[in-house]
Ligand binder design. Structure first.
Ligand code: FCB
Length: 463
């Protein structure tokens, strides 16, 4: 199949801390990523999101770019510390106003706003009070969701509660490769549960205030695993099923509780939580970049940890001391992630088969070492011929269409990312944008991948 299915949504995605900058403007409070990136030695080159792509002040220009590309939808995230600078209490109106202008600007250009409530920028004050391992954070999140839902709920087309809670829990609290940088495996499991709880509570809160008829969703980053059965089962449990099962089916997988029994007794799961977490959703968001290989470690040779996750640190896998991650065969992107589009088809078919839920690819894309070359035929006289990114995106859109042809109900594809941006622990060293950002001048240059994507959006078939 090379034509997009009827109604298929094509979009691009970004996240607040990665693009907005304006870290201290209009009453925004500090988040865990401000603290983490300002701590020497944690982020490549000492980079921070203080300025980033200055999207907060340049959003009109970025909206024009999206309109020029013919995008159907834009997936952005809302910075909690702009809305509640300390994570609790009265809303900061200037923060709400920004997202109000953004949403109106999208609608004026006929682009569907897809809003994520949490893409990792937890207000620092909530981390100081315990962070995601503390139950109160989930309760505060529901209040925040209600504030945002009341203000934007008449216009947002799709709400996503959490982006990749796997990263928030395990990279934030077990490996330490992400903010807040803690290395406490038991706390990471408590974070898993409180993120799941935050998902359920925020859906309830949104539904009680929203006046429009949006779709509701959560976005997970799935691990598509290759290798030995027991290692695959264990990592699939910690990576995928520990979120999928409570959100979609109810309760935690028995094998995950058993595998992690030496780390935690899961006594943070209270009566009623299982019911709260399992709320109806309209769409499941799927982020996919690569696959991973696992096997049972022999306990003697050096344990391999190249599992394609982000950054270095302790193991992000509580209770999985006997599993190792041998490197995957290439080709690879600049992140060192292997390129395997068939893994995306396989994943979409599995989710369709096991859960029968409508799906949306909410992130897929690649970092490559782009080069800017002079080109008098292009606006601004510059071009980026990123053939590798064009091939990556084309092959993954084709993989999505394959899954659709084989019966999966896939409703859309969002390329990560609209703009080059702050890639967490890698700072500005990795460029994922289909639009180049010159961080000195804030100039935007449409890469060939952006022009290719525009062609896809215009013709509705794979160029
Ligand atoms: C995902 C994140 C996104 C970006 C891409 C490359 O894990 O959700 O913010 O960093 O990876």
């Amino acid at each position: 199949m090379s034509a997009l299915p009827e109604g298929f949504v094509l979009g691009s995605a970004t996240a607040s801390y990665q693009v907005e900058g304006a870290a201290r403007e209009d009453g925004r409070g500090p988040s865990i990523w401000d603290t983490y990136s300002h701590t020497p030695g944690l982020v490549w080159n000492g980079d921070t999101g203080d300025v980033a792509c200055d999207h907060y002040d340049r959003y009109e220009q970025d909206l024009d770019i999206m309109a020029e590309l013919g995008l159907d939808a834009y997936r952005f995230s809302i910075a909690w510390p702009r809305i509640q600078p300390t994570g609790r209490g009265e809303p900061n109106l200037a923060g709400l106003d920004f997202y109000d202008r953004l949403v109106d600007g999208l609608l004026e250009r006929r682009i569907r706003p897809v809003a994520t409530l949490y893409h990792w920028d937890l207000p620092q004050a909530l981390e100081d009070a315990g962070g995601w391992p503390a139950r109160d954070t989930a309760l505060a999140f529901a209040d925040y969701a209600a504030i945002v839902g009341r203000r934007l709920g008449d216009r947002v087309g799709m709400w996503t509660t959490l982006n990749e809670p796997w990263c928030s829990a395990y990279l934030g609290y077990a490996s330490g490769a992400h903010a807040p940088g803690r290395r406490e495996p038991a706390a990471a499991l408590a974070a898993v549960h409180h993120l799941n709880l935050a998902h359920g509570l925020s859906l309830q809160a949104l539904r009680s205030v929203v006046t429009g008829t949006p779709d509701y969703s959560a976005t997970l980053n799935f691990h598509v695993l290759r290798g030995e059965d027991d290692a695959v089962r264990q990592i699939d449990g910690l990576a995928n099923r520990v979120f999928l099962q409570p959100m979609l089916e109810g309760g935690y997988p028995e094998d995950v509780l058993a595998d992690t029994a030496a780390v935690s007794d899961w006594s943070f799961v209270r009566d009623g939580d299982v019911e709260t977490i399992r709320q109806p959703i309209d769409v499941l968001g799927v982020n996919y970049y690569s696959t991973a290989r696992v096997r049972v470690w022999d306990g003697v040779s050096e344990r391999l940890t190249a599992d394609g996750h982000k950054g270095v640190g302790a193991s992000p896998w509580p209770g999985a001391e006997r599993v190792e991650f041998p490197p995957q065969p290439g080709p690879y992107t600049e992140m060192g992630w292997n390129i395997e589009p068939a893994g995306l088809t396989e994943l979409l078919l599995r989710l369709h088969r096991d859960h029968g839920v409508p799906l949306m690819v909410t992130e897929n894309g690649a970092a490559f070492a782009d080069e800017v070359v002079p080109d008098p035929t292009r606006p601004g006289g510059k071009a980026v011929h990123d053939e590798q990114r064009v091939a990556y995106v084309r092959d993954h859109v084709a993989a999505v269409l394959d899954a659709a042809e084989q019966g999966a109900d896939v409703r859309g594809y969002f390329v990560w990312s609209l703009l080059d941006n702050f890639e967490w622990g890698y700072g500005y060293s990795k460029r994922f944008g289909i639009v180049r950002v010159d961080y000195e001048t804030q100039e935007r240059i449409l890469k060939d991948s952006a022009l290719w994507f525009a062609e896809l959006a215009r013709t509705r078939r794979l160029p």
